[in-house]
Design a protein around this ligand. Structure first.
Ligand code: NAP
Ligand code: GLV
Length: 311
């Protein structure tokens, strides 16, 4: 019998409970599942989306795995009491949702929709037709679980796609670059840039004055990754000068984005409130069950966060 603790916002427990129980039973696990315990040392697995950042994780002294319900590990890694192995969420439902969001906003910039939403009544902007997708280059910075899915959708649709990651990828159906030189190459070629990197010390402010200068004049940027990827002062200056023609921003240094923040008021910025994609309960419950079953069989958990790389 394994003991599983669900620890998240109170409202999530009634939503997750039955799908998790079903998924655990389907995997043949013998389990107890609860949302509270007076004996944390008896807990084998923690299904986790912390309601607070200062949880004391040291009380779970016999934990085999923390399975996060979030894709991004940055908030979780801030917890100084974390010593146990932790897996991030890689959920097919979330991946599909992210591909929808990113492709939709690629199309917004590709079709230059803002040209028309910002037009005045009577502006009859007939002298422009969008180039074909093959004439647009989309650079996806971060081609992990989410970025790769988005890149494939854009590639299959006909865009010229470039991927950029920490390690070189050789098996993608489009060009992939790595490292600082690879980033510069991707930025110089891209019309539309998507940032789907995790927030780590190595990715902080990857979009900064120097990298913006490497971009094509008039490039557009979509950021569903994390706000910390962008140096906001440099980015706003580039929006104001027209170097960056438009942006779709879903994530911010401070969330909710304060009402007075210039992003809200910029005509070429679309702010979405950290809704690019979320964990979907049914598919995620099966991912949690699969990972727990693997550990029970003595196999490595999937999608473990590397404490050194911070993702
Ligand atoms: P992932 O599978 O871990 O992929 C991360 C990608 O970033 C990998 O391709 C990785 O390279 C690359 N990378 C990491 N550090 C790098 C560096 N220093 N230089 C270049 N590339 C680097 O993560 P994921 O599941 O795709 O999620 C990505 C992020 O999306 C999350 O961390 C989270 O911040 C964000 N997110 C946002 C929402 C939302 O609603 N807005 C929802 C979910 C997730 P390698 O392939 O070489 O390892
Ligand atoms: C959402 O931003 C996540 O990291 O799951």
């Amino acid at each position: 019998m394994i003991n599983i603790l669900f620890s998240a916002r109170a409202a999530q427990w009634p939503v997750y409970r039955a799908p998790l129980e079903t998924a655990f039973a389907e995997k043949g696990l013998e389990f107890t599942l609860t949302d509270h315990t007076d004996s944390p040392e008896t807990i084998d697995y923690l299904v986790y989306a912390p309601a607070r950042e200062d949880d004391d994780l040291s009380v779970y002294s016999n934990l085999k795995l923390i399975q996060s319900l979030w894709a991004g590990p940055d908030k979780l890694l801030k917890n100084k009491t974390l010593t146990q192995p932790m897996a991030r969420m890689v959920d097919p439902g979330m991946t599909q949702g992210m591909a929808d969001y990113v492709f939709g906003h690629i199309m917004r910039h590709h079709l230059e929709v803002d040209r028309f939403t910002n037009a005045k009544p009577g502006d009859w902007l007939m002298d422009w037709a969008p180039p074909l997708p093959a004439e647009r280059t989309v650079a996806i910075l971060g081609i992990g679980a989410l970025g790769m899915a988005c890149a494939k959708v854009a590639h299959d649709y006909g865009f010229n796609v470039i991927g950029w990651s920490r390690t070189q990828k050789d098996d993608a159906p489009f060009a992939c670059y790595a490292g600082a030189e690879g980033l510069e190459k991707a930025l110089r070629e891209a019309d539309i840039i998507v940032t789907l990197l995790p927030n780590t010390p190595a990715t902080e402010k990857v979009i900064n004055e120097k990298t913006i200068a490497q971009m094509k004049d008039g490039a557009a940027l979509i950021n569903p990754g994390r706000g910390q990827l962008i140096d906001d002062d440099a980015f706003l200056a580039a929006l104001n000068s027209g170097k960056i023609s438009g942006a779709t921003l879903d994530v911010f240094h401070t969330e909710p984005l304060p009402a007075e923040h210039p992003y809200w008021h910029h005509p070429n910025v679309l702010v979405t409130p950290h809704v690019a994609s979320e964990t979907r309960v049914d598919t995620a419950a099966r991912v949690v069950a699969e990972n727990i079953a693997r550990v029970e069989k003595g196999q490595n958990a999937l999608h473990l966060i590397d404490p050194a790389l911070k993702y």
